[in-house]
Write a protein that binds this ligand. Structure first.
Ligand SMILES: [Fe+2]
Length: 395
C-alpha cells in the first residue's frame, strides 16, 4: 500500500539522526563524547567555550547542544539562556561534575532538555541525546502543523472575505440595476436616486451617522421610490395637478416600498427609512404623520437630500434652481418640513462639494443605466412646459 506524505514524514523523522554540538572546555571530554556519539548522530561539532558555541551555532545547523555547565567565559546555563533568548531551534542538555541545586533549578527554569551528572554511562548519554532530539522533533512537527493550520485558516478567511465582497457587489449591482429599470417608467428616476443616495450619505457621514448603518441608508435612498411601481400610470405620469384621490394613491408609495424592501431580507433595516421618507419634522407628512425625532434619522437626512436634488434638477415643468436658491428654500423650511440640525449640516457643505457629489453620482448612474431603456426624447418632456405643481415635487 502506498504511504501517505504524513507517513513518509513520520518515517523520515523516526530515522533522522541529530546534529550535535558538544560544548566543553576539556579536550579529552570533547573527544570522548564525539567518538561515543558518532554512530547515533548525523554530524558532530565540538567547541570549547560559550563564545565558540555561539559562532558554531550561527555558522552551522545543530539540533542538540550538549554543554558543560562550568566553562571559561560563560557557563552552560548562559548558553541555555542565550538559546532561549535568541529562540534557537534546538534543545540543550546540560552536563556537570558537581550537582548544585541552584544549577538544577536554573536549568529547569530555562527548559533544559536533560541534566547529566558526570560520570554518566554511555547508554545514559545516548538515551538522553535520542530522547531530547525526539522531543525537539515533536515540537517541530507540532509547529509545522500549527503553521499549516494557520496558513489554511488565513487562506480560508481570505476566500470568505472575497466571497463576501463578491456577494456584496452582486447585491449592490442588482439593486442599482433594479433602480435603473424604473427609468423605463419614470424618466430621471435613476439619476435622481443615485444623486439622492450620494447626498444623503455625505450628510450622514458629516453628522457621524453610525458607520455600520451607512450602507442601509444608501440602499434606502437608492430605492426610496420603489413603491411607485404600484401607482398607476394615469397618476404617476399625469402632467397636470393630481386630484385628492390621485394624490392619496401616490401617497401609498412609501408603504408599498417598505413592503417590497422588507421582502429583501438583507435590506430589512432600510424599511423604516423608506416608509417615512415623506414625513415632515412638524408631523404634517405621510404616511404616519409622525414628527421630530420619531422620524428615523435616515429618513430625515434623506428628506433634505431628496429636496435638494429635486430643486436643483430640471423637470418637465421647470428648469433647475440654483444650489443657493435651493439652500434658501430648505432653510426656510427648517423646523417645519426639515430637521433643523440636518439643515445646519447641509449649510456647512460647500457648493463645490455638492457639485462634485452630483458629478460623481451622475457618473455612477450613467454606468448603471440600461441603454435605450428610456430615450432622452421622452414624449412627456417633449411636451410644452408645464406649470409647477408643488404638491408633487419630490413625491
Ligand atoms: Fe417618494
Amino acid at each position: 500500500m502506498a504511504k501517505s506524505i504524513e507517513d513518509e514524514l513520520l518515517l523520515m523523522s523516526a530515522n533522522a539522526l541529530p546534529r550535535l554540538l558538544i560544548v566543553d572546555d576539556e579536550p579529552p571530554v570533547r573527544e570522548f563524547l564525539s567518538e561515543a556519539l558518532a554512530p547515533s548522530c548525523a554530524n558532530i561539532g565540538a567547541v570549547e567555550s560559550l563564545h565558540a558555541a555561539l559562532q558554531a551555532f550561527q555558522a552551522g545547523e545543530y539540533d542538540v547542544l550538549l554543554a558543560d555547565i562550568c566553562m571559561p567565559g560563560g557557563t552552560g546555563l548562559d548558553l541555555l539562556a542565550l538559546a532561549q533568548q535568541l529562540n534557537w531551534d534546538c534543545t540543550v542538555i546540560l552536563m556537570t561534575g558537581h550537582a548544585e541545586m541552584d544549577h538544577v533549578v536554573a536549568g529547569v527554569r530555562l527548559h533544559a532538555a536533560d541534566f547529566l551528572l558526570k560520570p554518566f554511562s554511555l547508554d545514559t548519554l545516548q538515551d538522553s541525546v535520542r530522547q531530547s532530539f525526539h522531543k525537539l522533533q515533536s515540537i517541530r512537527s507540532g509547529r509545522t502543523e500549527r503553521d499549516r493550520l494557520f496558513s489554511g485558516l488565513r487562506e480560508r478567511t481570505e476566500q470568505l472575505k472575497l466571497a463576501h465582497h463578491l456577494l456584496n457587489n452582486s447585491y449592490h449591482s442588482a439593486l442599482e440595476t433594479l433602480v435603473a429599470t424604473l427609468e423605463a417608467r419614470e424618466p430621471q428616476t435613476c439619476a435622481h436616486s443615485f444623486r439622492v443616495r450620494t447626498y444623503a450619505m455625505h450628510l450622514a457621514t458629516a453628522m457621524n451617522y453610525p458607520a455600520g448603518d451607512l450602507p442601509l441608508l444608501g440602499y434606502a435612498a437608492l430605492l426610496h421610490d420603489i413603491g411607485k411601481v404600484a401607482v398607476c400610470d394615469a397618476v404617476l405620469l399625469k402632467p397636470g395637478p393630481l386630484t385628492a384621490e390621485e394624490f392619496e394613491q401616490l401617497k401609498s408609495h412609501p408603504v408599498v416600498g417598505e413592503r417590497i424592501i422588507h421582502r429583501m431580507g438583507f435590506l430589512a433595516g432600510a424599511c423604516k427609512i423608506v416608509r417615512h421618507h415623506h414625513e415632515r419634522w412638524d408631523g404634517r407628512g405621510y404616511p404616519d404623520r409622525i414628527s421630530g425625532s420619531e422620524i428615523p434619522l435616515g429618513s430625515r437626512i434623506f428628506a433634505i437630500a431628496d429636496t435638494l436634488d429635486a430643486m436643483t434638477s430640471n423637470r418637465c415643468y421647470r428648469g433647475a434652481l440654483s444650489v443657493d436658491d435651493a439652500r434658501v428654500e430648505i432653510q426656510r423650511c427648517s423646523g417645519t418640513q426639515f430637521d433643523p440640525e440636518i439643515v445646519a449640516v447641509l449649510a456647512s457643505v460647500p457648493n463645490a462639494m455638492l457639485c462634485e457629489l452630483r458629478k460623481q453620482a451622475d457618473n455612477d448612474a450613467h454606468i448603471a443605466r440600461i441603454p435605450d431603456l428610456n430615450p432622452d426624447d421622452s414624449p412627456l418632456c417633449a411636451a410644452a412646459p408645464l406649470p409647477l405643481f408643488p404638491s408633487t415635487v419630490g413625491a
